[in-house]
Design a binder for this molecule. Structure first.
Ligand code: NAD
Ligand code: DAU
Length: 334
């Protein structure tokens, strides 16, 4: 099996590559990655001799077409992935997430290659805190940010290519993932590395926004489950019943790191900040028999804290610039 992994130098994509080579050692892996600020070849260091690495843009058809033609499967992770960045400058989100997906779809249909699209629960917008329902595959699309709108648009392209051209594709819409090698711009790594640096964690707004956390290993295990056993043309929601509000996450990080759980700052809220995400993953569980391996968020978080403590050389070079950028737009409220 020859697999083309786009975005394989990023957080989830590089985990997917490592997990693939560990569990399916006969797989031939090619990574296509533009090495933006979010990607690094260091993320693939452990498996460098077993991966063919191509530096290039998913929106460039001349790079994409031959790579897709030489693959049995494309797993598309490459994206601009951070909501705050999409509020500052949406343009790379439109190019990479929409034009990039279009470019891959065209190559996959021309060469009749199986395609898996990695997407997000954010395409469904948000839920109220007291809403008893959760997102399902039938929830209408209602994205809020330029990032989530670009991902929603990319999902619609995939669905159209399935229906109009018979493309052999599946889609996964997963909730917030956490674990080793996530960029320090994101919520959990930002707070862990702040605490290591003696800075106070930064909580947006009232801190009551809820995210549905899943460990990155479980996310990718679900992706492989869908690729191998999912029905072509179908969408599967991926989640691990990990709803926690942001304030409780920050308090847990502080407590696990031996600090006072109230030692955090509230800062300027994110514009258009989605209130709550919650996934009902019943289709994936009952149809494909999938189960997450991380039983509690707390255990996964403790292991993640350990990883950031032991791998300072990985995040240190970008920490100061990331905080400086945030400081330009975020004021401490209390
Ligand atoms: P990331 O930002 O850590 O990594 C993105 C990778 O894509 C980087 O290696 C980057 O260099 C590469 N890339 C960006 N633009 C590119 C381009 N034009 N051409 C080629 N490569 C390019 O992102 P992540 O958190 O690992 O997310 C991966 C995928 O999973 C995305 O599609 C995202 O929407 C989706 N997703 C993420 C989460 C989450 O919680 N992080 C949850 C659900 C779905
Ligand atoms: O739901 C899946 C999505 O999860 C993915 O599609 C995105 O790629 C991924 O970035 C993530 O999006 P979020 O916007 O939910 O993640 P982020 O880590 O940016 O923020 C998580 C929550 O924490 C959110 O409610 C905003 C809040 N937050 C974030 C930061 C960076 C803070 O309170 N303080 C912070 O410093």
């Amino acid at each position: 099996m020859r697999v083309l992994v786009t975005g394989g130098a990023g957080f989830i994509g590089s985990n997917f590559v490592r997990c693939t080579l560990a569990t399916r050692p006969d797989t031939e892996v090619t990574v296509l990655d533009a090495l933006t600020y979010a990607g690094s070849r260091a993320n693939l260091a452990e498996v460098a001799d077993r991966v063919r690495f191509v530096e290039g843009d998913v929106a460039d058809a001349s790079v994409v077409a031959p790579l897709v033609a030489g693959s049995d499967l494309v797993v598309h992770f490459a994206a601009e992935s951070h909501n705050d960045n999409s509020l500052e400058d949406p343009s790379p989100f439109v190019r990479t997430n929409l034009v990039g997906t279009f470019t891959l779809l065209e190559a996959a249909r021309r060469h009749d290659v199986r395609y898996h699209h990695v997407s997000t629960d954010e395409v469904y917008g948000d839920l109220e805190l007291d809403d008893p329902t959760r997102f399902t595959e039938a929830t209408p699309y209602a994205p809020s940010s330029p990032y989530s709108a670009s991902k929603a648009g990319s999902d619609h392209l995939v669905r159209a290519w399935v229906r109009s051209f018979g493309l052999r594709a599946t889609i996964s819409n997963c909730s917030n993932s956490y674990g080793p090698r996530q960029h320090v711009e994101k919520f959990i790594p930002r707070q862990i590395t702040n605490v290591i640096d003696g800075l106070r964690p930064k909580l947006y707004g009232d801190g009551l926004n809820v995210r549905d956390w899943i460990h990155v290993d479980d996310h990718n295990d679900a992706v492989w489950t869908i690729v191998e056993r999912g029905r072509v043309g179908e969408t599967y929601l991926v989640g691990a019943d990990g709803e926690v509000n942001n304030r409780d996450v920050v308090r847990m990080v502080l407590e696990l790191m031996g600090r006072d759980p109230d030692d955090y700052d509230r800062v300027t809220d994110r514009a258009g900040h989605d209130r709550r995400y919650a996934i009902e993953a019943g289709k994936l569980r009952s149809e494909l028999g999938w189960r997450p391996r991380y039983e509690t968020f707390r255990d996964g978080l403790a292991a993640t804290i350990e990883w950031y403590r032991e791998n300072e050389a990985w995040w240190r070079p970008v920490k100061e610039a990331t905080e400086a950028r945030y400081a330009r737009s975020q004021q401490v409220l209390s």
